[in-house]
Every structure is written in structure tokens, then in C-alpha cells.
Write a protein that binds this ligand. Structure first.
Ligand code: CA
Length: 234
């Protein structure tokens, strides 16, 4: 490729950095590594990378502070940020997403998962165009016709269920936090208690999942939110 996608990796752990850089370079990406938060900020400003991979536990700055600073700049404000986080740090992941990170990946992560996250984050920089359809396995959502079909049969959702499912489908492959979903669907003054969201999600799953206990389309990320299976149509 003449103009490869440029990824800035901000990670202080040398072995994770080397391994990730090698993986991404072998997959055709151009990678620049930064080992501290300050170095990451200055390289973001000077290089304007296409994607940021950001470890939250850095020696000098908190990764959350790095997100906050980048999101406050006028240039490169829309660069996708994927946070690299430890397995048990749910609260930290939620904070990062709410501060403007696009997604997260949990250590240790596989190559395929990493590349899928990068592709998804790049895809979401370009908003949905008219006539687009969500399609994965047996589920199809035609956004223009407002029609949802499962194995060719039309599914009927309430207005709220429809809004919730299409919001997840428009962001398919990405995690959306409970807080974000509640604010977007029910407005900024909605009760932040997740009960109303859980009830609606259970109703959606009853309608679109063969076995709601083992969902194929909408996955729960415990303590964080929901992620919908990535659409197969681009
Ligand atoms: Ca670290």
C-alpha cells in the first residue's frame, strides 16, 4: 500500500509495544510507538495519526488525561482512540468511553480482535449514508424503510425498541455504554438507573434472538454496556 493507515501506539510496556507494532506492521499498517503520555500527545499533534491505541496506565500522565487533552484540541479531534485496558478495570473503561474514547480492547488481546477494533473505529469516522442496510447472520435492518427482518420475516418492535436497536446497529462492532444509550434514547434528564434499558433489551432479545440467554446479535459487556455484532454489509 502506498498510503498505509498510520497508527500511533502509546504504551509503556516494551514487550506489549513491540509485539503489537510487529503484528500491525505485518498486517500492512504503519506504526509509530510512544512510551509516555507526553510523547504520545506531542506525536499525535505532529503526526495526526489515523488511529490511536492508548494504554491507560502510563508512567507520566493518566491515559484518561491524554484522551481529555486530545479531544479538546481543534486539530485531530476526531482521531479514533482505542483504549488498551486491564481485564478488571470496568469503571476505567466506562470513564474512557465517556471522555471520548471510541472503544477499548482488553489485555491480553488477539491479533484478529485488535484489527477488527481498528477497522470498526475507522469505519465509524464516516457516518452512515442513505440506503445503508445492517446485515449480519439472519438479521437485516433497512434503515430507510425502518424495517427489521429475521430470516426474511418482518419483526415488529416498539418505537423505543426500534430506536435502541438501530442505535446499536449504526454503531455495530462498537461498545455503547449504558449511560450513553440511556441519554441518547431517553434524554439527558433520564434516570440513570439501568432498569428501563434492561427491560427494553430483554424485549428486543425475545424478538430477535433464538435463545435470549445466548445472544447472537446484541452482546452484554458486563459493567459497561452493549455491543452489536458487526454488520457484514459495509
Ligand atoms: Ca502500562
Amino acid at each position: 500500500m502506498n498510503n498505509p493507515i498510520h497508527i500511533l501506539l502509546i504504551e509503556d510496556d516494551k514487550s506489549v509495544s513491540t509485539y503489537t507494532s510487529t503484528t500491525l506492521t505485518n498486517s500492512g499498517y504503519k506504526v509509530t510507538a510512544a512510551f509516555t503520555g507526553k510523547e504520545g500527545l506531542s506525536l499525535t499533534a505532529s503526526l495526526c495519526p489515523d488511529v490511536l491505541l492508548l494504554d491507560l496506565g502510563l508512567p507520566d500522565l493518566d491515559g484518561l488525561e491524554v484522551i481529555q487533552q486530545i479531544r479538546s484540541w481543534h486539530s485531530c479531534t476526531d482521531v479514533p482512540i482505542i483504549v488498551i485496558s486491564a481485564r478488571t478495570a470496568e469503571e476505567e473503561k466506562v470513564k474512557a468511553l465517556e471522555m471520548g474514547a471510541d472503544d477499548y480492547i482488553t489485555k491480553p488481546f488477539g491479533n484478529a480482535e485488535l484489527i477488527a477494533r481498528i477497522r470498526t473505529s475507522l469505519r465509524h469516522r464516516h457516518p452512515r449514508t442513505q440506503g445503508q442496510i445492517y446485515r449480519a447472520k439472519d438479521l437485516e435492518i433497512d434503515f430507510d424503510k425502518r424495517r427489521i427482518c429475521l430470516s426474511g420475516r418482518e419483526i415488529h418492535l416498539t418505537q423505543i425498541e426500534y430506536q435502541l436497536l438501530t442505535l446499536l446497529a449504526e454503531n455495530s462492532g462498537r461498545v455503547l455504554t449504558y449511560h450513553y444509550l440511556i441519554q441518547t434514547i431517553w434524554g439527558p434528564y433520564a434516570d440513570s438507573n439501568n432498569q428501563i434499558l434492561r427491560v427494553n433489551m430483554a424485549n428486543i432479545r425475545r424478538k430477535i434472538e433464538k435463545n435470549p440467554a445466548q445472544p447472537r446479535y446484541v452482546f452484554t459487556e458486563i459493567g459497561i454496556g452493549y455491543r452489536m455484532l458487526e454488520s457484514e454489509s459495509s
